[in-house]
Design a protein around this ligand. Sequence first.
Ligand SMILES: Cc1cc2nc3c(=O)[nH]c(=O)nc-3n(C[C@H](O)[C@H](O)[C@H](O)COP(=O)(O)O)c2cc1C
Length: 357
Amino acid sequence: MREQGGPDEDADRPREKGSGDMLTTRFTELVGCSVPIQQAGMGAVASPELAAAVSEAGGLGMLGMARSGGRTVRGLRLQLNRLAALTARPFGINFIVTPESLAEVEPGCFELAASSARIIEFFYGWPNRSLVDLVHQGGALVSWQVGSREEAVAAAEVGCDLVVAQGVAAGGHVRGTIGLQALLDEVLLEVDLPVLAAGGIGTGRAVAAALMAGASGVRVGTRFVAAAEADAHPEYVDQLIAARAEDTVYTEAFSTNWPNAPHRVLRSCVAAAEAFEGQFVGETLDLDGTSEKLRRFGSLTVTRDTTGRIDAMSLWAGESVGAVNRVQPAAEILRELWEEAETQLRSVSVAQAVAPV
Ligand SMILES: Cc1cc2nc3c(=O)[nH]c(=O)nc-3n(C[C@H](O)[C@H](O)[C@H](O)COP(=O)(O)O)c2cc1C
Protein backbone atom coordinates (compact mmCIF):
# COMPACT_ATOMS: atom_id res chain seq x y z
CA MET A 1 0.00 0.00 0.00
CA ARG A 2 1.15 3.48 -0.68
CA GLU A 3 1.35 5.78 2.27
CA GLN A 4 -1.75 7.68 3.24
CA GLY A 5 -1.70 11.42 2.75
CA GLY A 6 -1.96 13.48 5.92
CA PRO A 7 -3.20 17.01 6.44
CA ASP A 8 0.18 18.56 5.70
CA GLU A 9 0.37 17.09 2.22
CA ASP A 10 -2.25 19.57 1.10
CA ALA A 11 0.20 22.42 1.46
CA ASP A 12 2.05 21.38 -1.72
CA ARG A 13 -1.00 20.23 -3.61
CA PRO A 14 -2.34 22.59 -6.27
CA ARG A 15 -5.65 24.04 -5.11
CA GLU A 16 -8.52 23.02 -7.32
CA LYS A 17 -10.29 25.81 -9.19
CA GLY A 18 -12.68 27.66 -6.98
CA SER A 19 -11.34 26.15 -3.77
CA GLY A 20 -10.70 28.66 -1.05
CA ASP A 21 -9.94 28.79 2.64
CA MET A 22 -13.67 29.24 3.25
CA LEU A 23 -14.13 25.50 3.05
CA THR A 24 -11.36 24.52 5.45
CA THR A 25 -13.25 22.98 8.34
CA ARG A 26 -12.57 20.82 11.40
CA PHE A 27 -13.39 17.86 9.19
CA THR A 28 -10.96 18.70 6.37
CA GLU A 29 -8.25 19.39 8.92
CA LEU A 30 -8.91 16.15 10.79
CA VAL A 31 -8.87 13.83 7.80
CA GLY A 32 -6.59 15.78 5.48
CA CYS A 33 -8.85 16.36 2.51
CA SER A 34 -9.37 19.70 0.77
CA VAL A 35 -13.14 19.65 0.24
CA PRO A 36 -15.57 19.08 3.15
CA ILE A 37 -17.50 16.38 1.34
CA GLN A 38 -17.46 12.70 2.23
CA GLN A 39 -18.80 10.11 -0.21
CA ALA A 40 -20.97 7.72 1.77
CA GLY A 41 -19.94 4.14 2.33
CA MET A 42 -22.56 2.30 0.29
CA GLY A 43 -21.79 -1.40 0.29
CA ALA A 44 -20.58 -2.69 -3.04
CA VAL A 45 -21.60 0.53 -4.84
CA ALA A 46 -18.78 2.26 -2.96
CA SER A 47 -16.12 0.47 -4.97
CA PRO A 48 -12.38 1.09 -4.70
CA GLU A 49 -12.62 2.99 -8.00
CA LEU A 50 -15.31 5.32 -6.62
CA ALA A 51 -13.55 5.92 -3.32
CA ALA A 52 -10.25 6.61 -5.10
CA ALA A 53 -11.86 9.04 -7.57
CA VAL A 54 -13.50 11.03 -4.77
CA SER A 55 -10.31 11.16 -2.72
CA GLU A 56 -8.23 12.14 -5.74
CA ALA A 57 -10.65 15.01 -6.37
CA GLY A 58 -10.15 16.34 -2.84
CA GLY A 59 -13.08 14.80 -0.96
CA LEU A 60 -13.07 11.81 1.39
CA GLY A 61 -13.72 8.61 -0.55
CA MET A 62 -15.14 5.66 1.36
CA LEU A 63 -14.86 1.99 0.60
CA GLY A 64 -18.01 0.03 1.43
CA MET A 65 -17.60 -3.28 3.24
CA ALA A 66 -21.16 -4.55 3.19
CA ARG A 67 -20.57 -6.73 0.13
CA SER A 68 -20.57 -10.45 0.57
CA GLY A 69 -16.99 -11.67 0.58
CA GLY A 70 -15.80 -8.18 1.46
CA ARG A 71 -15.51 -8.87 5.15
CA THR A 72 -12.71 -11.41 4.84
CA VAL A 73 -9.08 -10.39 5.11
CA ARG A 74 -8.56 -11.62 1.56
CA GLY A 75 -11.57 -9.69 0.23
CA LEU A 76 -10.55 -6.52 2.01
CA ARG A 77 -6.96 -6.84 0.80
CA LEU A 78 -8.14 -7.29 -2.81
CA GLN A 79 -10.12 -4.06 -2.58
CA LEU A 80 -7.36 -2.17 -0.81
CA ASN A 81 -4.91 -3.17 -3.53
CA ARG A 82 -7.28 -1.85 -6.22
CA LEU A 83 -7.67 1.38 -4.29
CA ALA A 84 -3.95 1.81 -3.60
CA ALA A 85 -3.22 1.53 -7.31
CA LEU A 86 -5.43 4.58 -7.89
CA THR A 87 -4.73 6.98 -5.04
CA ALA A 88 -2.42 7.75 -2.15
CA ARG A 89 -4.87 10.30 -0.75
CA PRO A 90 -6.75 9.77 2.53
CA PHE A 91 -9.79 7.49 2.33
CA GLY A 92 -12.06 5.68 4.74
CA ILE A 93 -13.65 2.25 5.14
CA ASN A 94 -17.25 1.75 6.20
CA PHE A 95 -18.50 -1.25 8.18
CA ILE A 96 -22.09 -2.12 9.11
CA VAL A 97 -22.01 -3.35 12.71
CA THR A 98 -25.29 -5.09 13.38
CA PRO A 99 -24.62 -8.22 15.49
CA GLU A 100 -25.10 -10.38 12.35
CA SER A 101 -22.71 -8.27 10.25
CA LEU A 102 -20.11 -8.13 13.00
CA ALA A 103 -20.18 -11.91 13.25
CA GLU A 104 -19.30 -12.09 9.54
CA VAL A 105 -16.22 -9.88 9.86
CA GLU A 106 -13.21 -12.21 9.79
CA PRO A 107 -10.66 -11.70 12.59
CA GLY A 108 -7.91 -9.40 11.36
CA CYS A 109 -10.19 -7.31 9.10
CA PHE A 110 -10.51 -4.34 11.44
CA GLU A 111 -6.77 -4.38 12.13
CA LEU A 112 -5.98 -4.44 8.40
CA ALA A 113 -8.52 -1.71 7.74
CA ALA A 114 -7.18 0.49 10.53
CA SER A 115 -3.61 0.17 9.34
CA SER A 116 -4.59 1.04 5.76
CA ALA A 117 -7.17 3.83 5.92
CA ARG A 118 -7.24 7.29 7.46
CA ILE A 119 -10.65 6.69 8.99
CA ILE A 120 -12.81 3.69 9.84
CA GLU A 121 -16.50 4.24 10.10
CA PHE A 122 -19.26 2.26 11.74
CA PHE A 123 -23.00 2.27 11.17
CA TYR A 124 -26.09 0.54 12.50
CA GLY A 125 -24.93 -0.60 15.89
CA TRP A 126 -24.75 1.28 19.17
CA PRO A 127 -21.32 2.95 19.63
CA ASN A 128 -18.90 0.47 21.09
CA ARG A 129 -15.68 1.31 22.90
CA SER A 130 -13.84 -1.90 22.06
CA LEU A 131 -14.26 -1.30 18.31
CA VAL A 132 -13.13 2.31 18.69
CA ASP A 133 -10.06 1.26 20.72
CA LEU A 134 -9.18 -1.44 18.21
CA VAL A 135 -9.20 1.06 15.35
CA HIS A 136 -7.25 3.66 17.29
CA GLN A 137 -4.62 1.06 18.16
CA GLY A 138 -4.34 0.30 14.44
CA GLY A 139 -3.64 3.96 13.73
CA ALA A 140 -6.87 5.24 12.14
CA LEU A 141 -9.50 7.73 13.19
CA VAL A 142 -13.02 6.54 14.02
CA SER A 143 -16.32 7.85 12.76
CA TRP A 144 -19.84 6.72 13.69
CA GLN A 145 -22.92 7.46 11.61
CA VAL A 146 -25.74 8.18 14.07
CA GLY A 147 -29.45 8.85 13.91
CA SER A 148 -30.13 10.56 17.23
CA ARG A 149 -28.68 12.93 19.78
CA GLU A 150 -28.33 10.02 22.23
CA GLU A 151 -26.37 7.96 19.76
CA ALA A 152 -24.10 10.93 18.96
CA VAL A 153 -23.39 11.45 22.67
CA ALA A 154 -22.60 7.74 23.04
CA ALA A 155 -20.22 7.95 20.04
CA ALA A 156 -18.38 10.85 21.66
CA GLU A 157 -18.25 9.06 25.02
CA VAL A 158 -16.62 5.94 23.57
CA GLY A 159 -13.92 8.04 21.90
CA CYS A 160 -15.01 8.60 18.28
CA ASP A 161 -13.21 11.38 16.43
CA LEU A 162 -16.10 12.32 14.16
CA VAL A 163 -19.83 11.74 13.95
CA VAL A 164 -22.14 11.72 10.96
CA ALA A 165 -25.67 12.89 11.74
CA GLN A 166 -28.04 11.06 9.43
CA GLY A 167 -31.47 12.59 8.87
CA VAL A 168 -34.53 10.66 7.80
CA ALA A 169 -34.30 11.81 4.15
CA ALA A 170 -31.20 9.62 3.67
CA GLY A 171 -31.06 6.80 1.15
CA GLY A 172 -30.27 3.23 2.11
CA HIS A 173 -30.66 2.10 5.72
CA VAL A 174 -31.77 4.98 7.87
CA ARG A 175 -30.88 5.32 11.50
CA GLY A 176 -32.35 8.80 11.76
CA THR A 177 -36.03 9.31 12.45
CA ILE A 178 -36.14 13.10 12.27
CA GLY A 179 -35.20 15.71 9.69
CA LEU A 180 -31.53 16.56 9.22
CA GLN A 181 -31.83 20.17 10.34
CA ALA A 182 -33.41 19.27 13.68
CA LEU A 183 -30.96 16.41 14.24
CA LEU A 184 -27.98 18.59 13.40
CA ASP A 185 -29.14 21.23 15.87
CA GLU A 186 -29.46 18.64 18.63
CA VAL A 187 -26.14 16.92 17.89
CA LEU A 188 -24.15 20.15 17.56
CA LEU A 189 -25.46 21.32 20.93
CA GLU A 190 -24.40 18.13 22.69
CA VAL A 191 -21.22 16.97 20.99
CA ASP A 192 -17.93 18.81 20.62
CA LEU A 193 -16.63 16.81 17.66
CA PRO A 194 -16.61 17.57 13.95
CA VAL A 195 -20.09 16.64 12.71
CA LEU A 196 -20.96 15.72 9.13
CA ALA A 197 -24.51 16.18 7.88
CA ALA A 198 -26.10 13.33 5.91
CA GLY A 199 -29.41 12.66 4.26
CA GLY A 200 -30.98 14.39 1.31
CA ILE A 201 -27.91 16.38 0.30
CA GLY A 202 -27.43 16.32 -3.46
CA THR A 203 -26.80 19.91 -4.49
CA GLY A 204 -24.29 22.61 -3.64
CA ARG A 205 -27.13 24.64 -2.11
CA ALA A 206 -27.79 21.82 0.34
CA VAL A 207 -24.05 21.51 1.06
CA ALA A 208 -23.89 25.24 1.83
CA ALA A 209 -27.00 25.04 4.03
CA ALA A 210 -25.47 22.26 6.13
CA LEU A 211 -22.21 24.17 6.53
CA MET A 212 -24.10 27.34 7.47
CA ALA A 213 -26.01 25.29 10.06
CA GLY A 214 -22.73 24.36 11.74
CA ALA A 215 -21.76 21.05 10.14
CA SER A 216 -18.04 20.57 9.46
CA GLY A 217 -18.87 18.86 6.20
CA VAL A 218 -21.44 16.74 4.45
CA ARG A 219 -21.86 13.12 3.50
CA VAL A 220 -23.36 12.41 0.09
CA GLY A 221 -24.66 9.01 -0.96
CA THR A 222 -27.34 8.76 -3.64
CA ARG A 223 -25.71 11.34 -5.90
CA PHE A 224 -22.56 9.18 -6.08
CA VAL A 225 -24.51 6.05 -7.04
CA ALA A 226 -24.67 7.67 -10.49
CA ALA A 227 -20.91 8.25 -10.60
CA ALA A 228 -19.23 6.52 -13.51
CA GLU A 229 -16.88 4.75 -11.09
CA ALA A 230 -19.62 3.38 -8.80
CA ASP A 231 -20.50 -0.29 -9.03
CA ALA A 232 -24.23 0.26 -9.54
CA HIS A 233 -26.41 -1.56 -12.08
CA PRO A 234 -27.23 0.72 -15.06
CA GLU A 235 -30.97 0.03 -14.71
CA TYR A 236 -30.83 1.16 -11.08
CA VAL A 237 -28.99 4.33 -12.12
CA ASP A 238 -31.55 5.01 -14.88
CA GLN A 239 -34.34 4.77 -12.30
CA LEU A 240 -32.52 7.23 -10.02
CA ILE A 241 -32.11 9.66 -12.92
CA ALA A 242 -35.85 9.49 -13.62
CA ALA A 243 -36.89 9.95 -9.98
CA ARG A 244 -37.67 12.94 -7.76
CA ALA A 245 -37.68 13.22 -3.97
CA GLU A 246 -41.35 12.26 -3.72
CA ASP A 247 -40.64 9.01 -5.56
CA THR A 248 -38.76 7.68 -2.51
CA VAL A 249 -40.33 5.98 0.48
CA TYR A 250 -39.22 5.29 4.06
CA THR A 251 -40.15 1.68 4.70
CA GLU A 252 -39.18 -1.67 6.19
CA ALA A 253 -40.18 -3.56 3.06
CA PHE A 254 -36.76 -5.00 2.16
CA SER A 255 -36.26 -6.92 5.37
CA THR A 256 -36.00 -10.65 4.70
CA ASN A 257 -32.29 -10.76 5.59
CA TRP A 258 -32.18 -7.63 7.78
CA PRO A 259 -35.39 -7.19 9.81
CA ASN A 260 -36.45 -4.15 11.84
CA ALA A 261 -34.18 -1.81 9.90
CA PRO A 262 -35.98 1.07 8.20
CA HIS A 263 -34.61 2.22 4.88
CA ARG A 264 -35.39 4.59 2.04
CA VAL A 265 -35.82 3.23 -1.48
CA LEU A 266 -37.58 4.14 -4.70
CA ARG A 267 -41.31 3.62 -4.21
CA SER A 268 -41.48 1.78 -7.55
CA CYS A 269 -39.27 -1.11 -6.35
CA VAL A 270 -41.58 -1.82 -3.40
CA ALA A 271 -44.54 -2.07 -5.79
CA ALA A 272 -42.55 -4.24 -8.23
CA ALA A 273 -41.44 -6.60 -5.44
CA GLU A 274 -45.01 -6.84 -4.14
CA ALA A 275 -46.24 -7.78 -7.61
CA PHE A 276 -43.41 -10.27 -8.21
CA GLU A 277 -44.46 -13.89 -7.92
CA GLY A 278 -41.68 -16.19 -6.83
CA GLN A 279 -39.10 -16.59 -4.12
CA PHE A 280 -35.99 -15.27 -5.87
CA VAL A 281 -35.74 -12.01 -7.84
CA GLY A 282 -32.30 -12.68 -9.27
CA GLU A 283 -28.66 -13.39 -8.57
CA THR A 284 -25.51 -11.48 -7.80
CA LEU A 285 -21.82 -12.26 -7.50
CA ASP A 286 -19.76 -11.91 -4.37
CA LEU A 287 -16.15 -10.71 -4.42
CA ASP A 288 -14.86 -14.20 -5.17
CA GLY A 289 -17.16 -14.49 -8.16
CA THR A 290 -19.50 -16.91 -6.37
CA SER A 291 -23.12 -16.56 -7.41
CA GLU A 292 -25.69 -15.80 -4.72
CA LYS A 293 -29.47 -16.10 -5.17
CA LEU A 294 -31.45 -13.04 -4.14
CA ARG A 295 -34.65 -13.45 -2.17
CA ARG A 296 -37.67 -11.26 -2.85
CA PHE A 297 -37.61 -8.35 -0.39
CA GLY A 298 -33.97 -9.03 0.41
CA SER A 299 -31.71 -6.16 1.34
CA LEU A 300 -28.86 -5.85 -1.17
CA THR A 301 -26.93 -3.32 -3.17
CA VAL A 302 -27.68 -3.79 -6.84
CA THR A 303 -24.33 -3.91 -8.65
CA ARG A 304 -23.33 -4.34 -12.28
CA ASP A 305 -22.97 -8.09 -11.59
CA THR A 306 -26.58 -8.42 -10.47
CA THR A 307 -29.01 -10.12 -12.85
CA GLY A 308 -32.77 -10.70 -12.75
CA ARG A 309 -35.64 -8.34 -11.93
CA ILE A 310 -33.58 -5.28 -11.07
CA ASP A 311 -36.75 -3.17 -10.82
CA ALA A 312 -38.01 -5.39 -7.96
CA MET A 313 -34.80 -5.18 -5.87
CA SER A 314 -33.90 -2.76 -3.08
CA LEU A 315 -33.17 0.41 -5.08
CA TRP A 316 -31.83 2.59 -2.26
CA ALA A 317 -32.44 6.30 -2.81
CA GLY A 318 -32.45 9.39 -0.61
CA GLU A 319 -34.59 12.48 -1.11
CA SER A 320 -31.48 13.89 -2.77
CA VAL A 321 -32.39 11.76 -5.80
CA GLY A 322 -33.84 14.78 -7.62
CA ALA A 323 -30.25 16.01 -8.03
CA VAL A 324 -29.26 12.85 -9.91
CA ASN A 325 -29.65 13.88 -13.54
CA ARG A 326 -27.01 11.91 -15.42
CA VAL A 327 -24.03 9.62 -15.02
CA GLN A 328 -20.96 11.75 -14.28
CA PRO A 329 -17.39 11.09 -13.21
CA ALA A 330 -17.15 11.31 -9.42
CA ALA A 331 -14.69 14.20 -9.66
CA GLU A 332 -17.22 16.20 -11.66
CA ILE A 333 -19.97 15.54 -9.09
CA LEU A 334 -17.67 16.66 -6.30
CA ARG A 335 -16.56 19.76 -8.19
CA GLU A 336 -20.16 20.74 -9.00
CA LEU A 337 -21.17 20.31 -5.36
CA TRP A 338 -18.42 22.41 -3.85
CA GLU A 339 -18.26 25.12 -6.51
CA GLU A 340 -22.00 25.68 -6.12
CA ALA A 341 -21.64 25.56 -2.33
CA GLU A 342 -18.86 28.13 -2.39
CA THR A 343 -20.94 30.42 -4.60
CA GLN A 344 -23.84 30.15 -2.16
CA LEU A 345 -21.64 30.76 0.87
CA ARG A 346 -20.00 33.76 -0.80
CA SER A 347 -23.38 35.25 -1.71
CA VAL A 348 -24.42 34.98 1.93
CA SER A 349 -21.25 36.68 3.17
CA VAL A 350 -21.57 39.42 0.53
CA ALA A 351 -25.22 39.96 1.49
CA GLN A 352 -24.21 40.18 5.16
CA ALA A 353 -21.41 42.61 4.34
CA VAL A 354 -23.71 45.02 2.50
CA ALA A 355 -26.75 44.67 4.77
CA PRO A 356 -27.57 47.88 6.66
CA VAL A 357 -26.82 47.55 10.38
C1 LIG B 1 -26.99 2.81 -2.29
C2 LIG B 1 -26.79 3.13 -0.84
C3 LIG B 1 -26.17 2.19 -0.02
C4 LIG B 1 -25.89 2.52 1.31
N1 LIG B 1 -25.19 1.63 2.07
C5 LIG B 1 -24.67 2.04 3.25
C6 LIG B 1 -23.69 1.27 3.95
O1 LIG B 1 -23.32 0.17 3.52
N2 LIG B 1 -23.18 1.78 5.09
C7 LIG B 1 -23.56 3.00 5.58
O2 LIG B 1 -23.01 3.47 6.59
N3 LIG B 1 -24.51 3.73 4.98
C8 LIG B 1 -25.06 3.30 3.82
N4 LIG B 1 -25.97 4.09 3.16
C9 LIG B 1 -26.44 5.35 3.78
C10 LIG B 1 -25.41 6.47 3.60
O3 LIG B 1 -24.35 6.28 4.49
C11 LIG B 1 -25.95 7.89 3.83
O4 LIG B 1 -26.47 8.03 5.11
C12 LIG B 1 -27.00 8.32 2.82
O5 LIG B 1 -26.63 7.94 1.52
C13 LIG B 1 -27.19 9.83 2.87
O6 LIG B 1 -28.32 10.24 2.17
P1 LIG B 1 -28.33 10.55 0.58
O7 LIG B 1 -28.36 9.22 -0.08
O8 LIG B 1 -29.57 11.35 0.37
O9 LIG B 1 -27.08 11.32 0.26
C14 LIG B 1 -26.30 3.78 1.84
C15 LIG B 1 -26.96 4.68 1.01
C16 LIG B 1 -27.21 4.38 -0.31
C17 LIG B 1 -27.91 5.39 -1.18
